[in-house]
Write a protein that binds this ligand. Sequence first.
Ligand code: EPZ
Length: 435
Amino acid sequence: MDKIVIVGGKPLRGTVPVYGAKNAVLPIMAAALLASGKYEIDSVPDLRDVRTMAHLLRIIGAQVVQEDHKLTIDTQHCSFLEAPYELVKTMRASIYVLGPLLARFGRARVSLPGGCAWGPRPVDFHIKGMQKLGAEIDLDRGYIVARAKKLRGATITLDIPSVGATGNILMAATLAEGRTVIENAAREPEITALAEFLVQMGAQIEGIGTDRLVIDGVDELSPTNFQVIPDRIEAGTFLLAGAITGGEVTVTNVVPEHLRAVLTKLEDAGVELTEGEDWIRVRAPQRVKPVDVTTAVYPGFPTDMQAQWMALMSVADGSSVITDTIFLDRFTHVAELQRLGARIRMEGNSAHVTGVEKLQGAPVMSTDLRASACLILAGLAAEGRTDVSRVYHIDRGYERIEERLKPLGAEIWREEEPWPQAVTTDLSALSPEER
Ligand code: EPZ
């Protein structure tokens, strides 16, 4: 297992290009199962999750080649319609193959994802959506077993605007008979990108970008080529790296509108922002002001920036409250931040943060993708050395993050993490009572 080491305290200065959006690439890769043929997808980051989805598509029978941010997918020989537990347990987004396999082949066997580092993450909205479209679903020893001669359009109202459920139902509906309406649909830019990809494949979709998607099924779709949108969460993470170190960072190849909620909060925190069509620059004060954040669905403040914001508020000049309304228990990074000297008190799904002058570097452990990003940001600001272990989490969603922060002046590198040696003490020196 690798770790990332940071010697903090240096203001970051410079420009960093942002890569393609992980959460758009993953459903788009699954959508390639909807039509037989060759696809070329551009601006694809080299991430663990992308490699996992590529592996899953290969198990299903597709050919997938990834080189230099370009994915070539050939789905002419898909036959094994299963997403095995060994893969799904490592990446919940594997569930995205359910809709396309059902729509194109009439059957699918997809493992239930199980929990994740911060608690259960059900897929009941995905299953109910497929049932509404006429699929028969059984749960068999941890697997979703789905069958449908032909999916039929339906009106589906989501209890909450689930990103994954919206994407899965949207993909399945493109080949269903008749009209499907998804009410209370997710409006995240990644779902908009998926819808635009499907329209390029010949799907009939109205209401793209709104919370009401209307899909008229077609008999078949055809392969297409596509350029993936920039990753707004990666962009936000790099901007916060500038803000937390009192530096000046410019991110290029971004869509400022996609992270407006984060930009507004950065301005409230006293960061000077300038932006162009596809770039954003932050110029940070020595110390930012405290700003409360409550996460919400798009266009609100994204839950995927909650942990990173908490790192920034840990060194703000005052107290703030950070509430996550999307994932009520997405706070495994709190205990690790406290190891660095952060002052945080949890109350339910709210973190009460009292900013400190300086964090102190220490060994910490990442527990999930955005918690890792949070700890790297904190390490960049902390005095001394911070070792962030289990960085396979961060490699899921950030391509070579240490190589991209170095040009900004960060003292950061990756090290092999020795397996923890069992600690043995010489018990003979202890009295019987002390043993
Ligand atoms: C997507 O996850 C993203 N992942 C997540 O990003 C992101 O945090 C999340 O959307 C919210 O924006 C990908 O796109 C691959 P949801 P998803 O369905 O689809 C509940 C990252 O860091 N729910 O919108 O799983 C769920 O428990 C990752 O890149 C159900 O109850 O999120 C949560 O409370 C982490 N039943 C809420 O809805 C369901 O069937 C929103 O989840 C589905 C979801």
